[in-house]
Design a protein. Sequence first.
Length: 78
Amino acid sequence: MWAAVESIAPKIGCVPQTLLDWVKQAEVDAGARPGVTTADAQRIKDLEREVKELRRANEILKLASAFFAQAELDRRLK
């Protein structure tokens, strides 16, 4: 396989290791090799981004809640 990769890689303008990685990933996506498929990797990446955004939003809401709760307590004392 390596000999084939070495002969094809320069023809398509990449290094052999990159082409070999692409072949391996294509085999994973086809189910011929164990590993995380491209679709699953993208879904995980999207979910991690969403979790990060939700945590940031949750932190903002906690701070806002504490701010308004304190403002309400200060208003009642006056």
